[in-house]
Design a protein around this ligand. Structure first.
Ligand SMILES: NC(=O)c1ccc[n+]([C@@H]2O[C@H](COP(=O)([O-])OP(=O)(O)OC[C@H]3O[C@@H](n4cnc5c(N)ncnc54)[C@H](OP(=O)(O)O)[C@@H]3O)[C@@H](O)[C@H]2O)c1
Length: 193
């Protein structure tokens, strides 16, 4: 079972798409985060990045042995809602330190709007997504989930260990200037190769 912790935009995008691909999915709301984490084999961190370490850290036992797909961005938002500052030098690495028995894999955090996470083919150029994590098997598990969501293998780029997650996490700071340059059109980061 895949447990999505957080019941917002990301959960609304991923839950039906993962279900359609044949997975059992449960969404963890504020009331049932711990039980959802305990019941799942794979867990998605779809909480605000600002609270992720504080909320997930106490779930060490429930998350032990699990793959944690961290899609979160930990940012301070300006009055226009866009990120102005990162709150952690490396959120995924802090989660990995707080959850040493869990295999954290950064993924999908550069992909917005959330609907695009489950419909990567909807733009003329396929977006890229970046994996960072210390466990190669966990990254394979996440790559398989991404394939189920329609991500071509070529668009999934392995950036190495969780220590490298600050690279994709930094992209969120570029969103405001990109919106200023492009206007309110869907766009996503794609690395041509
Ligand atoms: N949306 C995107 O396009 C996008 C793209 C890339 C990455 N991300 C990242 O993905 C994550 C989720 O984004 P989202 O757009 O789905 O966020 P969202 O719509 O704001 O949903 C956040 C969810 O987390 C819950 N939550 C907030 N604080 C909590 C706490 N202290 N304890 C337990 N639950 C709490 C909220 O519950 P309540 O409703 O009860 O407050 C809500 O269900 C964020 O880290 C975001 O940066 C989002």
């Amino acid at each position: 079972m895949i447990g999505i912790l957080g019941a917002g935009n990301v959960a609304r995008a991923l839950a039906p798409a993962l279900s359609a691909a044949g997975h059992d999915v449960a969404i963890g709301t504020r009331d049932n985060l711990a039980s959802t984490a305990a019941a799942a084999e794979i867990v998605v961190n779809a909480l605000p990045g600002a609270v992720s370490v504080d909320v997930l850290g106490p779930l060490r036992a429930e998350l032990a042995g699990k793959v944690l797909v961290d899609v979160a961005n930990a940012v301070e938002q300006g009055p226009d809602g866009f990120a102005t500052r990162l709150l952690h030098a490396n959120l995924a690495q802090e989660l990995q330190r707080a959850l040493p028995d869990t295999r954290v894999v950064k993924a999908l955090n550069t992909v917005g709007p959330a609907s695009l996470m489950a419909a990567p083919g909807s733009l003329a150029t396929p977006p890229s997504t970046f994996l960072c994590g210390d466990d190669p098997v966990a990254k394979k598990v996440v790559a398989a989930l991404l394939a189920d969501l329609g991500w071509p293998e070529r668009s999934v780029i392995d950036l190495g260990g969780v220590a490298n997650a600050w690279w994709p996490e930094s992209f969120v700071l570029m969103v405001r200037p990109l919106v200023a340059a492009l206007g309110p059109v869907p766009f996503a980061l794609a690395v041509a190769h």
